[in-house]
Design a protein around this ligand. Structure first.
Ligand SMILES: [Zn+2]
Length: 333
């Protein structure tokens, strides 16, 4: 007898078939992609995309797949021997934005590059919306480049991915370690396309632009770091369209690592320094500041820097007998 109960079972069976059939159909629809003699099948595992080598049945990540694909296209690949992991493993940490915390890095210091050009981190025209320097909300230690959420973000140089993760302020962030311990940081991403310890070529897709973290409107916040200290990105990379690195050996003075010396609203004039002698001379000519401590007066500060009180007033536009605030910066040179 064909009853309501049978009808219900039949109906459920149809639903099950439909769902399973659909899922099965999707699996069948997965793309087979060929890389030379090897074909890869795209598979989703735990919501993540992998590629299965149809010969070895081995699974590889999207980035590993990209790597193979680009290696075949003859792109620049990093020379792993040139990428410094730091002393021992102390400075190679995948879970910290800055593994160099506590390390002392006196200026001036030299940073070196193996190549003369770089790849723009975003495709198309470069629109700089904010520079390294002072700004109303406090110091800005990177360069902001305009983009639309979902736009590709690429590595400016070859290297190894050191950090992939969410960082307060920076949002979704990727950090790449390049040769000679220089790092680049890409912040406010909407998604990642690489994993820690991935070996990447110049121009490789790192992730997608976005608005995560402390960001007003989607943009890329790019930082250039050396041993945990941010350097003015435009001191290193020329964004005038030439895609030139300003020198194979650049000397970083206090000026090029201190936001106070620059305005994020204006372009700073960049004169690269190529020798230690020039760097020392440039640094001697830089203004210097003293942070006021509890109980200090201008006379104390003047005495400390062998200045006359008159000279302090010449350097600082403050009224006579003004009360100093703790932490206030007083120019002493
Ligand atoms: Zn920024």
């Amino acid at each position: 007898m064909f009853t309501d109960k049978h009808l219900k079972i039949f109906f459920n069976l149809c639903i099950a078939l439909l769902i399973n059939g659909f899922a099965y159909g999707q699996a069948e629809d997965s793309l087979f992609v060929s890389k030379g003699a090897v074909s890869f099948k795209k598979v989703m595992l735990d919501g993540k995309l992998f590629y299965r080598n149809e010969k070895t049945k081995e699974f590889i990540s999207q980035s590993a797949y990209n790597y193979i694909s680009e290696a075949r296209n003859g792109k620049t690949l990093p020379d792993t021997n040139r990428i410094v992991h730091g002393q021992g493993d102390d400075y190679w940490q995948n879970d910290r934005v800055n593994p160099y915390r506590g390390a002392v890095l006196p200026t001036p210091y030299k940073i070196a590059f193996d190549q003369t050009t770089f790849t723009h981190p975003v495709d198309g025209d470069i629109v700089i919306t904010s520079r390294f320097g002072r700004r109303r909300r406090g110091p800005h230690r990177g360069l902001d480049l305009d983009l639309v959420t979902g736009d590709t973000v690429r590595s400016v140089l070859p290297g190894i991915v050191r950090f992939v993760g969410y960082s307060r302020g920076h949002g979704k962030t990727v950090i790449v370690r390049h040769a000679n311990e220089v790092e680049t940081l890409y912040a406010h991403l909407s998604d990642y396309a690489v994993e820690p310890n991935d070996l990447i070529y110049e121009g490789q897709l790192l992730g997608f632009g976005g608005n995560t973290g402390n960001s007003r409107g989607s943009h890329l916040h790019l930082e250039v770091r050396y041993k945990g200290v941010c350097i003015h990105p435009q001191y290193v990379f020329n964004f005038d369209g030439s895609q030139a690195i300003r020198g194979s050996e650049l000397w970083v003075t206090n000026e090029w690592k201190t936001p106070r010396f620059h305005s994020s609203y204006r372009t700073s004039k960049v004169t690269p320094i190529f020798t230690e002698t020039d760097a020392i001379a440039a640094q001697k000519a830089e203004p210097r500041y003293h942070r006021v401590r509890k109980g200090e007066t201008l006379s104390h500060i003047a005495g400390r820097y062998q200045l006359r009180l008159k000279e302090i007033y010449q350097l600082n536009p403050i009224p006579k007998n003004a009360i100093l605030n703790i932490g206030q910066a007083i120019q002493v040179r």
